[in-house]
Write a protein of this length. Structure first.
Lengths: 192, 192
């Protein structure tokens, strides 16, 4: 696909992020994004449905990282072990492939726009359902799998918010482990 | 307000729910809802912005039940105790004031329509933030409060789905307690 425009997708994404940061999401047009990336609008639409979707590119691949980690865990891994594996894999990919600066810039754009926040919410709800389905496929019951899917998204979201906060230097994976430990203190432990 | 049309809000809500169930949400008009309720369209718009909002009437009061339970808990209540108080209060109000049949009918309508599912998702995200804010007001740290807000919504959502399932007879509050116990098994307990 698009042999004549190598790296066009990356360039379009970088151009869009720059323009969203400079002019705001609302004021940025597809024409301006294409121009800054040095491609035509037609090329833009070869990669993205609209300007909003530039910010959600790679959504399915990201979801796949969580799902694959669950599927690849050794047989007999506990439900707790599966959700830790999913969180570790997702956190690691985000910080290694995207990086904190990209995540911060994207987060600033999304936080400034209600419509984008709603879109992000849908993405996370979808992630929760995908994790739930992957856990059910590993033999988990529907109820614990659903709660675990929500928990993965909640712990990821809380850790992500800390990770992109100004001045934060800790690892995303470490912040997620920390969040999971915080949840264990929120829930009553049954008397033995 | 509306002294000349006593119970109009309730009648409109009942009429809307009937029509949504009979004809589907999309095909139902405000005119048809008003007609079945025996009021004018003007009266409809005195109570609701649009037909979608009929399904989300009482949203703020419901949120207030969780928030008030947290605010009213005895001094020194643990974060775990506060979230249990919120869940118990919310679950009890839903089953006592609305009832399972109403909740089932509403759930069927929402499940059949993607736009309504997204609206429901926004409602639950708002509930999570309200619970978080109430917990912070009780002295909880930002991170545990956020995780607890998500947990309340997750446990409520999972228990609600069981509660409205065909043939289910258990209490919503009991199902929530059960869900919370399931979450405690998902999270690692620190070695002492």
């Amino acid at each position: 696909m698009a042999r004549w425009a190598p790296g066009a997708s990356d360039r379009l994404q970088r151009a869009a992020m720059e323009l969203f940061a400079e002019d705001g999401f609302e004021a940025t047009t597809v024409a301006a994004i294409a121009e800054r990336a040095g491609v035509t609008e037609r090329t833009f639409f070869r990669y993205f449905t609209d300007k909003r979707e530039v910010l959600f590119a790679g959504e399915e691949e990201f979801e796949g990282v969580f799902v694959d980690a669950i599927a690849a865990a050794p047989e007999g891994t506990s439900l707790n072990g599966l959700l830790v594996a999913a969180l570790d894999a997702g956190g690691r990919v985000l910080q290694d492939l995207r990086g904190r600066d990209f995540a911060r810039a994207r987060n600033d754009i999304i936080t400034a726009n209600e419509q984008l926040q709603e879109r992000e919410l849908l993405k996370l709800a979808k992630l929760s359902r995908a994790v739930t389905a992957a856990l059910v496929a590993r033999g988990a019951g529907q109820v614990p799998a659903r709660l675990a899917g929500d928990l993965v998204v909640s712990v990821f979201g809380a850790a992500f918010a800390r990770w992109v906060a100004p001045g934060e230097t800790r690892d995303l994976v470490e912040l997620q482990r920390d969040g999971l430990a915080a949840v264990s203190e929120l829930t009553p432990v049954e008397a033995g």
